[in-house]
Design a binder for this molecule. Structure first.
Ligand SMILES: Cc1cc2nc3c(=O)[nH]c(=O)nc-3n(C[C@H](O)[C@H](O)[C@H](O)COP(=O)(O)OP(=O)(O)OC[C@H]3O[C@@H](n4cnc5c(N)ncnc54)[C@H](O)[C@@H]3O)c2cc1C
Ligand code: SF4
Ligand code: SF4
Length: 456
C-alpha cells in the first residue's frame, strides 16, 4: 500500500517537511527528499504493509484531533498564574532583552542561543538540538545535536531554508538523555504530537524552544536572492541576519559565499523584502498555519519588531515563557539584559503575521470552499472578507506564490527571466495596494470610531 500520509498530506500540497512522519514510521519506509520546488517531502522507500496510521497522527497538517489550543491546555493550562490570549496561546511571563555576548552573531538579541547554551552549561539538559550550517551546497542547513555549550553558537542565526527533523528525532529515539530542541511553530506541534504517541520522546525531550514564524521559504528562495546579490552558481554558504551599525535592525543583510569563494551581501530593502513579503517561494502549507507564537513550546523567542527597539541594529528579542521551569532558568540567567514587558507588546510586534495567519486565513479557507475543496479544519472558521481589496491582495499573493515556484524551474534559475514573469503580477499588486491605502485608511478610521465594528 502507498503510505496514507502521501495521499492525505503530500499530494494535497500541505506538507511543510518537518520529517516527523518519517522518524516515527515503525517500518522505516519514509525518507525525506527534496521535491522539485526545493522543499522537503516524505517519499516511500517501500510499500506500507501495516497501515498503522502513525504518520498521520504526528503530522501537524492532519486533523489528529489535537490542535495548538488542546496541546497548550494539556501542557500549560494548569500552571499556577498561567494566562491565555487567542493570539499568543498560554503565557506565564513576557520579556524584552538581549544577550550582549550573543547578539553580534545571532538573529536578533541572541536570547535563544544564550538559553540553549545555559541549559547545557547548567546541566539541565545533556544535549541541544538546533539548526546549524553544514557547508554542503545541497543542504546548506540541518538540525544537529550538540553536547558542548560553545558548539551551540555555531547554530546562531535564523535559517530561512528548509530543514527537517527525521534524523535528529531518530537520534533521540536511539540515545537516552535529556534534550532541548528548537523549532518553528509547526515543528514544535509535530514534536508534541509525536511525544503523545512515543514515551521515549516524552521522557527525553524536556525543553522546547519555539521561534515566532511568519512563513518558511524553499531552497529556491535562497538561490534566487543569491542570484540578485550577484553570487551566481552554487551557493556554498549563507548567513541570513547580518547586522550593519548604520542601518536599523529590520534592514539586515544576507551574506552569500559563492562557488568562486567570493562573498556577496544584499540588504533587506534591496530585493529580499519584495520576495519575502509577496510570499514568493513560500510553501503552500504556510497558507494554512494559524500559530504565530509557537503555542506548544515552553518558551518562544522573536524579533522585537517595535519602533522603540528596531532602530538599534544590534537587535533585541521579545520572549514569551509558558513553563515554570523555563521561567526560573530565564529569570536566574547570568549575562543577559531582560525586563518584563506587557504581552500586548508581543502581539503588537507581530501584527502583520497575526493578520495573515488569522484574518486572512478565514478568507483563504472560504476561498477553498468556493473552489470546491474541503477546507482544512483550523481554529479559525472559513469566512469571506468583506474588504474586496484585501480579497484581491490575498488572491494576487497566492498567485505569485504559485507562479514563483514554477517559474524558477522553467526559467532554469535565471533571475532576469524570473523577474520578467513576476513583473506584471507585482504591478497589479502594487496598484491594488495603492487603491487600498486611498480607500481603506479613511474607512478604518471611521470604523474605529464606531464601537463593535470589526476591523477587516
Ligand atoms: C523561517 C523563520 C521565520 C521567522 N519569522 C519570524 C517572524 O515573522 N517574526 C519574528 O519576530 N521572528 C521570526 N523568526 C524568528 C527570528 O528570526 C529569530 O529566530 C528569533 O527572534 C530569535 O532570535 P535570537 O537572536 O534569540 O536567536 P539566535 O540566538 O540567532 O538563535 C536562533 C536559534 O534558532 C535555531 N534556528 C534557526 N533557524 C531555525 C529553523 N528554521 N528551525 C529551527 N530552529 C532554527 C538556531 O539553530 C538557533 O539555535 C523566524 C525564524 C525563522 C527561522
Ligand atoms: S508535514 Fe511533517 S509529518 Fe506531515 S507529511 Fe510533511 S513531513 Fe510528514
Ligand atoms: S508559517 Fe506555520 S507552517 Fe509555515 S513554517 Fe511557519 S510555523 Fe510552519
Amino acid at each position: 500500500m502507498r503510505p496514507v500520509i502521501l495521499s492525505s498530506v503530500v499530494d494535497r500540497n500541505l506538507c511543510i517537511g518537518c520529517g516527523l512522519c518519517a522518524a516515527l514510521c515503525p517500518q522505516n519506509i519514509l525518507t525525506m527528499q527534496w521535491n522539485r520546488y526545493g522543499e522537503y517531502n516524505p517519499t516511500e522507500a517501500s510499500p506500507c504493509t501495516t497501515e498503522c496510521g502513525l504518520c498521520t497522527k504526528v503530522c501537524p497538517f492532519t486533523d489528529s484531533g489535537e490542535n495548538e489550543d488542546t496541546i497548550g491546555e494539556r501542557l500549560y493550562g494548569k500552571i499556577p498564574g498561567i494566562r491565555h490570549l487567542p493570539e499568543t496561546g498560554y503565557y506565564l511571563a513576557s520579556y524584552v532583552g538581549y544577550s550582549e555576548k550573543h547578539r553580534p552573531t545571532s538573529a536578533s538579541g541572541g536570547i535563544a542561543t544564550w538559553l540553549l547554551e545555559a541549559l547545557l552549561a547548567e546541566g539541565i539538559v545533556d544535549h541541544v538540538i538546533c539548526v546549524a550550517p553544514t557547508g554542503d551546497p545541497e543542504r546548506l542547513f540541518s538540525f544537529r545535536v550538540f553536547d558542548i555549550p560553545e558548539d551551540v553558537r555555531t547554530g546562531a542565526g535564523s535559517a530561512y531554508y528548509p530543514v527537517e527533523m527525521s534524523g535528529v528525532i531518530r537520534h533521540v529515539l536511539a540515545h537516552s538523555g535529556r534534550y532541548a530542541i528548537t523549532g518553528l511553530p509547526c515543528f514544535v506541534k509535530a514534536v508534541r504530537l509525536a511525544q503523545k504517541k512515543n514515551p521515549k520522546l516524552r521522557e527525553r525531550i524536556v525543553f522546547t524552544v519555539g521561534l515566532v514564524c511568519g512563513q518558511m521559504k524553499s531552497r529556491h528562495f535562497t538561490e534566487y536572492v543569491a542570484s540578485i546579490a550577484g553570487a551566481g552558481g552554487k551557493v556554498m554558504g549563507v548567513r541570513y541576519r547580518g547586522k550593519s551599525p548604520d542601518r536599523s535592525a529590520s534592514n539586515f543583510y544576507y551574506s552569500f559565499l559563492a562557488e568562486n569563494g567570493e562573498e556577496k551581501q544584499i540588504f533587506w530593502n534591496e530585493g529580499i523584502s519584495e520576495a519575502w513579503t509577496n510570499r514568493w517561494f513560500t510553501p503552500n502549507a504556510c497558507n494554512y498555519c494559524d500559530d504565530v507564537f509557537a503555542e506548544c513550546a515552553d518558551v518562544t523567542c522573536m524579533d522585537a519588531w517595535l519602533p522603540e527597539y528596531s532602530r538599534d541594529s544590534r537587535g533585541a528579542n521579545l520572549v514569551l515563557v509558558r513553563s515554570s521551569d523555563m521561567r526560573e532558568v530565564i529569570e536566574g540567567g547570568q549575562g543577559i539584559n531582560l525586563k518584563p514587558v506587557p504581552i500586548e507588546k508581543l502581539v503588537q510586534s507581530q501584527a502583520g503575521v497575526v493578520a495573515i495567519k488569522r484574518r486572512q486565513l478565514w478568507h483563504r479557507l472560504c476561498r477553498d470552499r468556493e473552489k470546491g475543496l474541503k477546507p482544512l479544519k483550523k481554529r479559525v472558521k472559513p469566512e469571506k472578507s468583506k474588504n474586496p481589496l484585501l480579497c484581491k491582495e490575498v488572491a494576487l499573493k497566492e498567485q505569485m506564490q504559485r507562479i514563483s515556484k514554477e517559474c524558477w524551474i522553467t526559467c532554469e534559475a535565471e533571475k532576469d527571466c524570473f523577474r520578467q514573469v513576476m513583473h506584471p503580477h507585482l504591478v497589479r499588486l502594487q496598484r491594488s495596494l495603492i487603491i487600498s491605502r486611498i480607500i481603506v485608511l479613511p474607512l478604518r478610521i471611521i470604523r474605529k470610531a464606531i464601537p463593535g465594528k470589526r476591523d477587516e
